[in-house]
Every structure is written in structure tokens, then in C-alpha cells.
Design a binder for this molecule. Structure first.
Ligand SMILES: *[C@@H]1O[C@H](CO)[C@@H](O)[C@H](O)[C@H]1NC(C)=O
Length: 251
């Protein structure tokens, strides 16, 4: 539940430009008795978006979202499960509107990372086709996409290099962001600045971690800690890239 609300806050915060997650730096400074955080750890959203922001959630055919999860429930606990939980939380969110005419923002639930191999690795090779197909449908059935080619639309694209949809950096960069998504807002875990797979205005979010795993790590607040916060950084894929090239980067 907690993780879900964090993601919703991240999404809502973007519309008010109140939160800039990507590139945030947290410096942990040690002193004799206490640890202090300085730097820009991300601004806090102070305004309550309820009543000010309305999000319309497209009702897409199940093949774009719930069907793949039924087929492979491992998608629910995978690090890319954000695409599922953002969708679920928006469905019952106070910012949701059922009337697209009054919407400020449109969300299309397309789960592009739920095609897992036997060993649980997501295969993004079908993602571009799936995304293009969903957008074609949205553009045909509703008038809102064509007004601005999706400027007021957002998508969750949590795969390694976001909407570049490839797990190897060179190939992801050569592909670039899927053209049909270039005007929309992308919510993604990939957050490296000045990278072709991160466009301006994207929202960087943490990968999904199942609540029971998070809860298992909870420490009593008074516990002395030498590490205050830890961000997972580079990923290496020794199997596919024995030379040690980058596989993907954490947010
Ligand atoms: C939006 O544009 C596409 C491509 O030109 C077209 O096929 C579609 O019918 C348009 N949608 C609407 C609702 O007019």
C-alpha cells in the first residue's frame, strides 16, 4: 500500500512540477552523533492534488494489461510491476475522473514488461508493437490523443531503458524512444540525464519492491545506522555481455 501511494504521489507531483526525481542527489554527512541529509533529495509535494487534478484512465482491452498478468502472475512481484500498481491505484484514486471531457491528464494502462522468459526476464521485443497498437486504438476511439499527439497523456514504461525498449544500452540508444511516445509523459525507472532514453519531462520512479520484502527490512526508527539510504546503481549482465558493458542503470 505504501509503495502504491508513493507512485501516485510521483505521478501527481509531476503535473505541478513540484517534484523532480531524476538526478536527485542525496548527500549523507556524518557528524559525531547524528547523520544529516543535505542536497536536493527531491522537493516535497505540499499541495494536495485532489480536487485540482483529474486523470482519465482509458479502459483498454484486457490484452494490453490484465491478460498478460493472468498468464504470468510473476509480473505482480517483478521489479517492473509498477506498471500494474500505478494502474490499480489510479482506478480507485480520488483524482480519477470517469468523464474524459473534464480530464487534465490521460493515462493509458499498457503493460509492456509482462512478457517474461522461463527464468523471469522480461522480453521487450513485442513492447513497441503493443504500445503502437494501444495508441492507435486510443486515437481512433477517443478524440483526445489526436488533439496534441498525446501531450496530455502519460504511460508507465518501467523497462531498463524506458521506452527505448531494449535491455542493451547500445541497442536501446540506437532505437531511441518509441516515436509515437515522444510527446507524452513517460513514468520510468531509468533516470540518467542527458541520455537519449530519458526525455525532458519524464518522471523517474523507483523499481517495484513487494511490500512484504520492504516490511521485512524495516528497522525500528532509533536503530543507529551507518548507511542512511542506498540507491542501486549499475546493472551488469555478465551472461549476455561478458565484457562487462552496461546493462542498465538504476534510477
Ligand atoms: C486520429 O487520427 C488518426 C490518424 O490520422 C485517424 O485514423 C483517427 O480516425 C483519428 N481519430 C479520430 C477520433 O478522429
Amino acid at each position: 500500500m505504501k509503495m502504491r501511494s508513493i507512485f501516485v504521489i510521483a505521478i501527481l507531483a509531476a503535473t505541478t512540477a513540484a517534484v523532480l526525481f531524476h538526478g536527485s542527489v542525496v548527500d549523507v554527512q556524518q557528524s559525531h552523533h547524528t547523520e544529516r541529509i543535505s542536497g536536493t533529495g527531491g522537493d516535497v509535494l505540499e499541495e494536495d492534488p485532489v480536487g485540482k487534478l483529474k486523470v482519465y484512465v482509458y479502459d483498454l482491452p484486457a490484452k494490453y494489461n490484465t491478460k498478460p498478468v493472468e498468464k504470468d502472475p510473476r509480473c505482480l512481484t517483478h521489479m517492473f510491476a509498477t506498471e500494474i500498481f500505478v494502474h490499480r491505484s489510479l482506478l480507485s484514486s480520488a483524482v480519477r475522473t470517469l468523464d474524459p471531457e473534464e480530464a487534465d491528464w490521460f493515462y493509458a494502462p499498457v503493460y509492456t514488461t509482462c512478457d517474461l522468459t522461463a527464468s523471469g526476464h522480461p522480453m521487450p521485443f513485442d513492447s513497441p508493437r503493443m504500445m503502437r497498437s494501444a495508441i492507435r486504438l486510443i486515437a481512433e476511439r477517443w478524440p483526445y490523443w489526436n488533439r496534441s499527439e498525446g501531450v496530455d497523456h502519460f504511460f508507465v514504461t518501467p523497462h531498463d531503458f524506458g521506452a527505448c525498449f531494449h535491455f542493451q544500452e547500445e541497442k536501446a540508444m540506437a532505437r531511441g524512444i518509441l516515436p509515437v511516445l515522444r510527446r507524452a509523459t513517460l513514468v520510468q525507472t531509468f533516470g540518467q540525464r542527458n541520455h537519449v532514453c530519458l526525455k525532458d519531462g519524464s518522471i523517474t520512479i523507483p523499481p517495484y519492491a513487494p511490500p512484504w520484502k520492504m516490511e521485512a527490512q524495516l528497522l525500528p526508527p532509533a536503530t543507529p545506522r551507518s548507511i542512511f539510504v542506498y540507491f542501486r546503481g549499475l546493472f551488469y549482465d555478465a551472461g549476455n555481455d561478458p565484457e562487462g558493458g552496461y546493462y542498465a542503470r538504476g534510477a
